[in-house]
Design a protein around this ligand. Structure first.
Ligand code: MN
Ligand code: MN
Length: 319
């Protein structure tokens, strides 16, 4: 093999295990202001028992440990493919936390909530001080109580029905926590993320319910939604349903996981519209470019020097 493989040639020759696209699932509006308390609450949805780290790692380990993947391929493809979507969800929830911690920079450090008037005084206003001290106004891989996410939250039993039943429960537990955070914060950025994830979590809960129904005959979808309040009750979710996102599962691979479409088929129980299994990731949105915060030394006190060095690299490569 010679030279650097490119394009589809690269895909067929190298067989990468994971690809990554530098796009955010949706565009997030600006937060109302720096809101460390909301940022701490949203942490539960990232690194809590029912957070996106848990959905990601549960489905990922279940896919690693799946037995009979050729013979039970539709179910392997479903779990594996949803795991990939969850990777995009931890990215989106992290982006929300970063946005809430950063706020609109013009407001700082004169935010009236900053009672000490010190450069990082907003870290004393009721959020998690660890966000200010340890991560320089960045997300944590942990929950709202400040505890780290743990692999103890992963359930991978080896029994397909039990794993699917667990995943159905996990998606609904995640939804319950999200609904509560929605009722805690009125920040538009947090609520936008929540509205989108209500809809995507609804797809996952229904998909696992349909898989269980195929395998056991039990009509799991009759239990949905849990709690019994429709996603369409929330304007931030309704707009995504109006676009049809509650009916779409995306296939996050150039060539693989096609058979999840044997599970995600038929019509949506809410509106009777056809379910769709679409090739490729949704278009997504530009990744936010987080501003430097000199008072937190992120990426440094005089960030301009680092930025200048990066520019020199481009100049050198062009010369
Ligand atoms: Mn998710
Ligand atoms: Mn999910």
């Amino acid at each position: 093999m010679t030279g650097t493989p490119t394009g589809t040639d690269f895909l067929t020759r190298i067989h990468p295990m994971f690809l990554r696209i530098d796009r955010l699932a949706i565009e997030l509006p600006k937060p109302k202001g720096q809101d460390p308390a909301s940022a701490s609450a949203v942490q539960e949805l990232l690194g809590g028992r029912f957070g996106e780290m848990s959905t990601l790692m549960n489905y990922t380990y279940q896919s690693f440990n799946f037995r009979g993947r050729t013979k039970a391929k539709p179910y392997y493809d479903l779990i594996t493919n949803i795991a990939t979507e969850e990777l995009g969800h931890i990215e989106l929830v992290s982006a929300t936390i970063n946005s809430l911690l950063t706020g609109t920079r013009e407001m700082n450090p004169d935010d009236e909530a900053n009672v000490t008037g010190t450069p990082l005084g907003m870290g004393l206003t009721g959020g998690n001080p660890h966000h200010f001290i340890a991560t320089g106004l960045g997300s944590l891989c942990g929950n709202a109580g400040g505890n780290a996410w743990t692999g103890d939250y992963v359930f991978s039993s080896g029994n397909l029905i039990l794993d699917l039943l667990h995943n159905f429960f996990l998606e609904n537990g995640a939804r319950t926590n999200k609904l509560r955070v929605y009722e805690m914060t009125n920040d538009p950025c947090a609520r936008q993320m929540l509205g989108y994830l209500f809809v995507r979590g609804g797809v996952h809960a229904l998909a696992y319910g349909k898989a269980l129904q195929q395998l056991t005959g039990v009509e799991m979808s009759k239990m949905l939604p849990i709690p019994r309040i429709a996603n369409s009750s929330f304007p931030e979710a309704k707009k995504f349903e109006d676009e049809g996102l509650h009916r779409r599962l995306y296939r996050y691979s150039p060539n693989d996981f096609r058979d999840a479409g044997y599970v995600w088929e038929g019509t949506h129980p809410d509106d009777g519209q056809p379910l769709e299994y679409l090739d490729g990731a949704p278009e997504g949105s530009k990744m936010p470019d987080l501003a430097n915060i000199s008072e937190a030394f992120a990426p440094d006190y005089k960030a301009e020097e680092i930025f200048e060095m990066a520019q020199q690299l481009y100049k050198k490569s062009r010369a």
